[in-house]
Write a protein that binds this ligand. Structure first.
Ligand SMILES: [Zn+2]
Length: 393
């Protein structure tokens, strides 16, 4: 089953036969399509159990049989397998990616495919109410523009810790204007119409996007790192994001770097993200690129030796922290997102250098270091796909 922490309350109360049907439905949905044989092989269930559940899903109209595909050369003379696909009937969905300095919103169809999106620069950390007002307005505009009658589900990502029991933002220093707010209720109120709202940490959504349609598709267990204005991470274990006991795992941006004294916004000194972040790198490249600013900078476009050296050094520092994580968890991949993940090979080579140097050899040999294939859209894409999955549930 996918994304168990979101689904556990209803899942645990579901009778066993319905539970099998839900599990098969989510498998078909996560793969895009599947044959009955695929389902038997993936679940270990008997063919008759799978057939029974599929008959029910077809009768409910939740999945449909795709047209038989032509068989390839040399594949024998048997009847082609019928593929099952999820029927897009859950209504339109929406996503909001609250960055530290931007709002990015999208509306999508029932399968999470984007219909339209808009982005706006604003100080989200210090202006929570205004940021949510603007996000709701942007969604309303997009809905009108794309003739969306009703949004069934909204998933919003915020760049800070969200307590998965209370739904409250949990930090007195990282997102000061959000502390004590319940973003689910705040967004429901602003949208006005009936809608199911879910809020997640943004790195969790980035990991989910990469897992569903990005670089994580081929890695059941990986660590996603959002390297941006802050540095967050989300661990995916066997295809499921793992969020910790209260939902706030992955705050690697506040790992202490020995010997560093830079003041961090969390109140400590020497945190990773006080040394490696968009702002920290902007300050370093200011001598050679005085006009670069946080809202528009694309580090990969700053193609000069000085910038390459600074990016490589940033990658080495980040890689030192990630080497420790690799030693602990032995992930199959480190997928680096955010603006720094998109900065190009100098930074990634720095990460690779430190992981190779400090992780145990057998562990560093087993880990792939990759940029997020969705780039800085990983969080928004993950939010749309999660909204789609929750709407179809
Ligand atoms: Zn810190």
């Amino acid at each position: 089953m996918l994304y168990s922490h979101c689904m556990s309350s209803t899942y645990e109360q579901t009778p066993p036969r319905d539970r099998v049907r839900e599990e098969l439905f989510q498998l078909i949905r996560s793969r895009g399509d599947a044959t009955r044989t695929d389902l038997v092989e993936m679940t270990g269930l008997s063919r008759s159990t799978v057939n029974h559940a599929v008959v029910r899903l077809l009768a409910e109209g939740r999945v449909a049989e795709a047209e038989n595909q032509a068989k390839g050369p040399g594949s024998g003379s048997g009847r082609p397998s019928t593929r099952l696909r999820v029927v897009a009937s859950g209504g339109s969905v929406a996503a909001i990616d609250f960055g530290h300095n931007h709002i990015h919103v999208a509306v999508g169809d029932a399968l999470g495919r984007p219909l339209g999106e808009q982005r706006l620069d604003i100080d989200v950390d210090l202006r929570a109410g205004e940021a949510m007002d603007l996000a709701a307005e942007l969604l309303s505009e997009l809905g009108r523009e794309h003739c969306v009658d009703r949004l069934s589900t909204l998933v919003a990502g915020i760049p800070g810790p969200v307590d998965n029991k209370t739904g409250l933002v949990r930090s007195s220093t990282i997102l000061s204007s959000w502390v004590g707010l319940a973003p689910v209720e705040e967004l429901e109120r602003r949208i006005g119409a009936p809608i199911s709202v879910h809020v997640e940490n943004d790195a969790v959504l980035g990991a989910y996007g990469e897992l569903k349609v990005g670089a994580g598709r081929h890695h059941p267990s990986f660590l996603y790192i959002k390297a941006s204005h802050g540095i967050g991470a989300s661990l995916v274990i066997d295809g499921v994001p793992w969020k910790g006991s209260t939902g706030i795992a992955g705050e690697i941006g506040h790992t202490y770097l020995a010997g560093r004294t830079e003041l961090c916004r969390c109140g400590n000194r020497g945190c990773l993200e006080a040394v490696v972040s968009v702002q920290a790198l902007l300050a370093q490249v200011a001598h050679t690129h005085p006009n670069a600013d946080a809202d528009t900078v694309t580090f990969a476009a700053l193609d000069d030796t000085t910038t390459h050296r600074l990016l490589n050094e940033a990658g080495r520092i980040l890689g030192g922290v990630l080497a420790d994580v690799c030693n602990l968890l032995n992930p199959g991949a480190l997928i680096i997102g955010g603006e720094l993940g998109a900065a190009g090979s100098p930074l990634l080579e720095g990460v690779e250098s430190s992981v190779g140097r400090y992780a145990q050899p057998a562990i560093s040999a087993a880990v792939e270091i990759l940029p997020a294939s969705l780039g800085i859209r990983a969080e928004l894409t993950g939010a749309l796909h999660l909204a789609s999955m929750l709407a179809l549930r």
